[in-house]
Ligand binder design. Structure first.
Ligand code: UT7
Length: 317
């Protein structure tokens, strides 16, 4: 499909929560979290919303791209943790940066950014949209049950964004959903209708960690192999894989099965934690800023999570 990435940006809220800080809230410790998950610290918001993070990440991506807000014809934001259902995070970004274009949110949990990217790519391919701003932004600290040690140690807050334009650099892409609420569920606010008779669920993240783990490893491997086949490439043609940062052990297992050296896999989970839809674009932005990417490098982005969902794509730099 006809797109290329013109610039990326990311934003993390200032407050850093270390594993030692968490051990004062729940019965956990740095050793367990570091070894079982790979997170050492994460950022959590004290006052800012997912929209605030998205605005800052977008400003940074626009600056890197050299594209002005007026040249953006579409804004798509992936999020599951917006403060408001209406306005959307994308709409808040549009107002803040001074763009005048359609803007909407998409929801596909941790795979959300790649769903948003594919949506924006399809708009560009269809014609009429020259440049699009694609964002993943999450304040997951709002969805975490802070008394549940099996989830509160994993997640973090932040946003990543990419400006995309016409090009020939989107070499392969796939989206996958296997609907159901058995493995991961995040109920939304249940309301207070006097007529609704079902029990209301707590609006926190529920996750069967081990089932998610198995799904994640299998989908990274299957999806990466599938996009390689679509693009007629092999794993040796890939400069970097930018995976969803959910658990370092998931990444290591997948790397082994894909027979790719771990230094070709971008990892920032130790500093950022799992930021759901923001995870891949934050990692992408950090990889870009590292100066390691060269023109012509082929990178794979891949993600998995609630839905259950997964997604992968190959981008040529
Ligand atoms: O982004 C969305 C996608 N999400 C994922 O990909 C997450 C995938 N799953 C995982 O990353 C892992 O399954 C978890 C990190 C969630 C959990 O790790 P695990 O190795 O699967 O642990 P477990 O749930 O099997 O628990 C093992 C033990 C249990 O103790 P017992 O019953 O063996 O005595 C837990 O109670 O570890 C205990 N435990 C903890 N101990 C210290 C669970 N959480 C903690 C904790 N600190 N924070």
């Amino acid at each position: 499909m006809g797109i290329k990435i013109l610039g990326t940006g990311s934003y993390l809220p200032e407050k850093v929560l270390t594993n030692d800080d968490l051990s004062k809230i729940v019965d956990t410790n740095d050793e367990w979290i570091s070894q079982r998950v790979g997170v050492k610290e994460r950022h959590v918001s004290e006052t800012e919303t997912a929209a605030d993070f998205a605005i800052e990440a977008s400003r940074r991506a626009l600056e890197k791209s050299g594209i002005t807000a007026q040249e953006i014809d579409l804004i798509v934001c992936a999020t599951i943790s917006s403060e408001t259902l209406c306005p959307t995070v994308a709409g808040m970004v549009q107002a803040a940066i001074g763009a005048s274009c359609p803007a909407f949110d998409v929801s596909s949990a941790c795979s959300g950014f790649l769903f948003a990217l594919d949506t924006a790519a399809a708009f560009i391919d269809r014609g009429g949209v020259r440049n699009a701003l694609v964002i993943g932004s999450e304040r997951l600290s709002k969805l975490v049950d802070w008394s549940d040690r099996s989830t509160c140690v994993i997640f973090g807050d932040g946003a990543g964004a990419a400006v995309i334009g016409k090009g020939d650099n989107y070499l392969a892409h796939l989206l996958y959903t296997s609907g159901g609420n058995e493995v991961i569920e995040i109920p939304s606010f249940g309301g207070s209708s006097p007529f609704y008779k079902n029990e209301l669920k707590h609006p926190y993240i529920f996750m069967d960690g081990q089932e998610t783990f198995k799904f994640a490893v299998k989908k990274i491997v299957d999806d990466v192999n599938a996009v390689l086949e679509m693009a007629n490439l092999t794993i040796d043609d890939i400069a970097y894989i930018v995976p969803h940062q959910a658990n370092i052990r998931i990444i290591d297992y997948a790397a082994k099965r894909l027979k790719i050296s771990t230094d070709k896999i971008f990892v920032n989970i130790d500093k950022v934690g799992n930021t759901s839809a923001a995870s891949v674009p934050i990692a992408l932005s950090e990889l870009c800023n590292s100066g390691k990417l060269k023109k012509g490098d082929k990178i794979i982005m891949c993600a998995f999570g609630g839905g259950l969902s997964s997604a992968a794509c190959i981008i040529e730099w």
